[in-house]
Design a protein around this ligand. Structure first.
Ligand code: SF4
Length: 380
């Protein structure tokens, strides 16, 4: 692990912390949103907030695909798998994601539904080949990082004439979510204080590149620094954001240049554009309906679209009122602001998606003990 260790060097982290402290000064407050759950986990796991001066605060964003999937989409999947001919393939972290009224895919499976946990789209292809008389539906979820494998799966299915395989598409787009946060005054001014900039996604940006963020910084005048998921990546990105704010600049900067280019991965983008097109709008937990933020299969691949094939209807369901996931995903609250955190709601007995998902902010706080740190701070 020599390579990763180099991005976790304590001395360099302390040096970056000193630089942030010196350059942030005390003249103003800085509030940066880290969009990705991966960054939230790095911040919690390595205690990075403890290295930052009091006037530099991180706000956790909505960048966890399981967390932002609304309960309605889980309910739709549960209704689908009530059909006896359907086998539903899902990634593991989705099994416990909450639907309405305490429903989940895990519970549906316990009641007899044919739900299989898969590790990749290739598993779904294999299942469809092994069971040609079944309707095998892949529950496709994720940001731009997981979309190319789904596109490849559809094209393989077409080539192999796997007519029993289809996709329940829940892929969503990062820049559209950032646009939604920035254009909504309530969200961009959380608690009356404006977000000063974003730590931008790592893995997503390896696919889409830095170019799609450029219209955002131009329109809203907020800097975005694309950053890797190691602690030194995050610290360096924060320093870069502080410098942009101090100099009155708002640009897209790329801290993660070892993996991200301006153009992104052309091959992956080509695969996606051949199979998918934009939905007019898609519902996000926490953000509501966001225009042009979700993908659906193109008409030419409609035969692989589970929503069309099984006449699935859009649902609107209410979230559990006691769970603060929606406010946490907007950055308006922190996990410790939820009354259920660590009492009723833990990773063993999760109530909301932010505790279910390994990328969720509540799971990060619990797993890395940030709740204890917060309690100590309050008592001291
Ligand atoms: S602690 Fe549990 S109930 Fe509270 S916001 Fe997080 S996931 Fe929801």
């Amino acid at each position: 692990m020599k390579y990763a260790d180099e991005f976790r060097d304590k001395t360099i982290a302390q040096g970056l912390a000193r630089a942030i402290g010196a350059e942030a000064g005390a003249r103003r407050a800085y509030r940066f949103m880290e969009f990705c759950g991966g960054h939230t986990h790095a911040i919690s796991r390595y205690g990075l907030e403890d290295l930052l001066p009091a006037n530099v605060r991180m706000i956790h964003g909505p960048g966890c695909p399981v967390c932002v999937l609304p309960a309605s989409r889980i309910d739709m999947a549960i209704r689908l798998v009530e059909r006896p001919e359907v086998t539903l393939c899902v990634y593991g972290d989705l099994m416990r994601a909450p639907g309405s009224q305490g429903q989940s895919l895990m519970r549906a499976k316990a009641l007899g539904a044919d739900i299989r946990m898969v590790y990749s789209t290739l598993d779904a292809i294999r299942l469809a080949e092994q069971a040609p008389n079944r309707e095998v539906v892949f529950f496709a979820i994720g940001f731009e990082t997981t979309t190319p494998p789904t596109a490849v799966m559809v094209r393989i299915a077409e080539k192999k004439r796997l007519r029993g395989l289809s996709v329940f598409c829940n892929h969503v787009l990062t820049p559209s979510a950032m646009h939604s946060i920035l254009e909504n005054p309530k969200m961009r001014n959380i608690g009356g204080v404006a977000i000063d900039g974003f730590v931008g996604p790592a893995h997503v940006s390896t696919i889409i590149g830095t170019q799609p963020y450029e219209p955002l910084v131009e329109q809203f005048g907020k800097p975005i620094v694309i950053a890797g998921f190691e602690p030194l990546d995050v610290m360096q990105a924060i320093l870069m954001l502080v410098r942009q704010v101090n100099e009155g600049r708002y640009e897209v900067e790329n801290q993660y240049s070892r993996a991200v280019t301006r153009q992104g991965n052309r091959r992956a983008k080509d695969e996606v554009s051949q199979v998918f097109e934009l939905r007019e709008q898609f519902e996000w937990r926490g953000l509501g309906l966001v225009s042009n933020s979700g993908l659906m299969l193109k008409r030419v691949y409609a035969g692989f679209d589970a929503e069309a094939r099984f006449a699935m209807h859009e649902l609107r369901v209410a979230d559990n009122p006691a769970c603060e996931c929606c406010a946490i995903l907007r950055g308006a609250k922190r996990p410790v602001d939820c009354k259920l955190f660590g009492t009723v709601c833990t990773p063993e007995t999760p109530i909301g998606s932010c505790m279910v998902s390994s990328e969720g902010a509540c799971a990060a706080y619990w797993t890395y003990g940030r709740v204890r740190d917060d309690q100590v701070r309050r008592l001291s």
